[in-house]
Design a protein around this ligand. Structure first.
Ligand code: WQD
Length: 348
């Protein structure tokens, strides 16, 4: 007997697909919704190969209230939702802010309105450590009560506005809406089966896909965006969290909302999802070589606009309240990313 039906918007995206697998594993009935604006239908086959079940799927643009409403008419038994559907390229958001505001805000607003037509609803929201900007040194590692900083891109601003929309909605609909916001640090890696993984469109913006594409010979070298920061080796520091560990945190959040909501002190909660350990760009390159035996040619170039110098999580609250911890060793995570890249490129 399956547990509740959970809607996963953006369900064929990188984190959405990995979360769908873990929700299946935890016994939930999973309904994926996506418009393939930044993903491929092949992901559904990948999920099926892992779970043995073809996922329930609806192709829908969540920012279109009429189309999204038809999905809810077809699936009146949706008990909860995990909301990933959003554009997420920082650089693109600077060039096309209105596209980002329309898509990212309307998708969430529509979800809240449609979920609220039921007498009880639960939403897990995919947020980001970008809301913290560059924390002051005394606020590192970053806990949930660290001050939020003004976003440095329209993408970051949509995350902050979405958090405010959910906070106001939780206040207004106190008796019927429960919300958990998950602030991700830097998700990396791929499912150990290599049936699903990160599928960046065009030139990868994020560090690890650029590393694996360079290792696979698609790129001549990796540009390290600056080594003149005030860090031990001069390169930026981040908290790189395995996407499968991150996915499991969504299951823990869903269980808290659906099965342990009486433990919630308020009907909205925030959790930082990271390993609690910072790694520099140069350290990650070195660890990739140690984990895979593959060298990654790189050049030190100028800083990238908008980059923060160093940020990593204090995951204590998620560890204690969600009973969740990122456990996968980084060497294993990097090996999973390389296995996925080799699969994509047909490299043995
Ligand atoms: C990491 C580090 C770069 C590429 C992203 C998203 C953000 C959030 C977290 C979701 C930085 C350096 C990168 C390259 C490099 N995700 N780098 N050469 O910027 O921390 O944030 O993940 O919510 O929204 O933007 O991740 O992987 O782009 O960069 O030197 O070719 O690697 O300067 O220091 P970032 P990233």
């Amino acid at each position: 007997m399956k547990k509740a039906k959970v809607l996963v918007t953006g369900g064929t995206g990188y984190i959405g697909a990995h979360t769908a697998v873990e929700l299946f594993n935890a016994g939930y009935e999973v309904l994926l919704a996506d418009n393939f604006s930044n993903s491929s239908p092949d992901v559904l086959d990948g999920i099926e190969k892992i779970t043995g079940e073809k996922p329930l799927f609806e192709e829908v643009d969540c920012s279109d209230i009429n189309a999204f409403g038809l999905l809810f008419e077809k699936h009146p038994d949706i008990r909860a939702a995990i909301h990933f559907a959003a554009y997420k390229a920082v650089g693109e958001s600077v060039e096309k802010p209105v596209m980002y505001y329309r898509n990212n805000l309307f998708s969430l607003i529509n979800l809240i309105e449609l979920m609220n037509r039921q007498n009880r609803s639960s939403i897990v929201f995919s947020s980001s450590c970008t809301v913290y900007g560059q924390p002051a040194k005394e606020n590192l590692p970053v806990s949930e009560n660290a001050p939020l900083q003004p976003a440095t891109s329209p993408y970051g601003r949509t995350k902050q506005i979405c958090e405010d929309i959910l906070k106001d909605s939780a206040m207004a609909y106190r008796d019927k809406l429960n919300v958990i916001l998950l602030r991700y640090f830097n998700p990396i890696g791929a499912h150990p089966s290599a049936f699903i993984g990160e599928l960046p469109r065009g030139v990868p913006q994020n560090l690890l896909p650029y590393i694996t594409q360079t290792a696979a010979g698609l790129r001549d070298f990796l540009s390290v965006y600056g080594n003149d920061y005030s860090t031990p080796d001069g390169s930026c520091i981040r908290d790189y969290i395995y996407v499968c560990d991150l996915a499991k945190a969504h299951v823990a959040a869903m269980e808290r909302l659906l099965e342990k909501s009486e433990e919630m002190k308020d009907n909205i909660e925030y959790f930082n999802l990271g390993t609690g350990k910072g790694l520099s760009v140069l350290e990650l390159i070195d660890l990739f070589k140690k984990s895979t035996g593959v060298d990654v040619p790189y050049r030190i170039t100028g800083r990238r606009a908008g980059d923060v110098e160093q940020v990593w999580a204090d995951p204590t609250l998620a560890n204690e309240v969600l009973g969740w911890r990122a456990t996968t060793p980084v060497e294993e995570v990097l090996a999973s990313a390389w296995k996925w890249e080799k699969k994509l490129r047909g490299i043995n």
